[in-house]
Design a protein around this ligand. Sequence first.
Ligand SMILES: NC(=O)C1=CN([C@@H]2O[C@H](COP(=O)(O)OP(=O)(O)OC[C@H]3O[C@@H](n4cnc5c(N)ncnc54)[C@H](OP(=O)(O)O)[C@@H]3O)[C@@H](O)[C@H]2O)C=CC1
Ligand SMILES: O=C(CO)[C@H](O)[C@H](O)COP(=O)(O)O
Length: 482
Amino acid sequence: MATADIGLIGLAVMGSNLALNIAEKGYTVAVHNRSPGRIDEFVSEAKAQGLDGNTIPKYDLADFVQSVKAPRSIIIMVKAGKPVDDMIEQLLPHLEPGDAIIECGNSLYTDTQRRFDYLKPKNIGYLGVGVSGGEEEGARHGPSIMVGGSKEQWHNAEAVLTAIAAQFNGESCCAYLGEGGAGHFVKMIHNGIEYGDMQMIAEVYGVMRDGLGMTASECGDVFKKWNEGPLNSYLIEITGHVLHAVDADTKKPLVDLILDKAGQKGTGVWSAIVAQQMGVPATAIEGAVAARSISSRKAERVAAEGIYGRPNRVRSDVTLDDLEKALLAGKIVSYAQGFAVIAKASEEFGWSLPLATIAKIWRAGCIIRSRFLDQMASAYSKGDASNLLIVPDFVAIMKDAHPSLRKVVAGAAMGEFPMVCLSAALSYFDSYRQAQGTANLIQGQRDFFGAHGFEIEGRGGDLHGTWPSTLQNKAAAPVVEE
Ligand SMILES: NC(=O)C1=CN([C@@H]2O[C@H](COP(=O)(O)OP(=O)(O)OC[C@H]3O[C@@H](n4cnc5c(N)ncnc54)[C@H](OP(=O)(O)O)[C@@H]3O)[C@@H](O)[C@H]2O)C=CC1
Ligand SMILES: O=C(CO)[C@H](O)[C@H](O)COP(=O)(O)O
């Protein structure tokens, strides 16, 4: 007999915690996993947490589907990529028109759009849902949930998804954002912004450690203090904890033992590619992705240091106040870029993405949750904001903070500290806020070699220059060996 309010397949960390969260909110959840061992583990955990009464473990997929009330809402939380397609194919013979698959992994939004288009003619709803917040605090106790896809079937699952999401001032951090791949697009950019936040924090930590000569624990104290100010956020808070952690074997700061090679699973790269494809500069995300890639090339870096010598890290004259303000300014630029990418995608794909709602559902539950997002939500709620950098509240913060960002980036350049992300943010700001740039010269060059045309104010566009036809440098002069 069908008694479950919702079904969930995929009982690894995220799926099992989401299922427990659903059960705790009073809904009955049927669960299934490819390997039966994980179902056994889930059963024990649900029992230990006193939630077994609201869970229905099913070892057979057909039984699992039959145990969910129609029209069915079936969450799949498996590894992104081919496993999702495989799972859809396995589920299809058991589903009925009107049922919905709710895919909650970190899927590429174009895959989600493709799956949505594939299932629509079969009258099977498809929701591509971004879930952020990590396994324990997020999935188990309230993630931020970014929903996209079939609106009709969203209403069938709305009560459950709204109930399990994080709350901010009594508002659920779950919202329907748009058709097709909209939810996964927004989650992808969330992760891109997450990359930028993390990289900028790491760059500032580099100055503290190597420029100010601070120990890990001293750095941790600073992040703890910053978490009480305008930078208050989950990532600043956990940075403090990471820096204070001590290795049990050696009693040394754990962070000093961790290899400086960052992993990445793809969402940052996808964000940077999409931004470039849409012609929206997202230099902070691009910088953060590039910095992770450089970090992973440890052997090459070791060899290069052998050639150039150790960086001459002169003691920095930046203050901790400068570093705090630099982080704040970099963060504003990074969020301005991320939201500009979302705004452009909304226009390009006809999604009508609600920017204020997105800022609101990121205020709690997700990895980039912060006090700052509440300010952003208010700014976007007041109306159209084409770029956060020209929203009055943020203009005031930037005016106060950009001199510190400048000082930190300049000091980093002279002190031989890499600052891929913060310097990218500063350059973007300096490019964006200048009325007169230097692309006039690029247009002249383009017209010279390719007759691509240029514009002169008052004279219109597609104009051409009269350029010399004979050049000395027709070909690079050959190198003559003596
Ligand atoms: N971990 C995190 O903090 C976050 C993860 N996510 C995303 O959530 C999703 C789940 O993440 P996570 O819980 O870490 O689990 P994993 O990404 O490690 O995936 C493991 C799960 O996928 C199942 N699976 C793998 N291949 C197949 C297949 N071909 N057919 C059926 N099932 C398959 C596994 O089943 P089996 O037990 O049989 O191997 C297991 O249940 C991913 O897309 C991830 O990117 C999103 C936000 C945060
Ligand atoms: O989605 C997430 C958080 O929002 C996941 O934790 C994701 O794995 C983070 O990305 P990466 O592994 O590339 O750092």
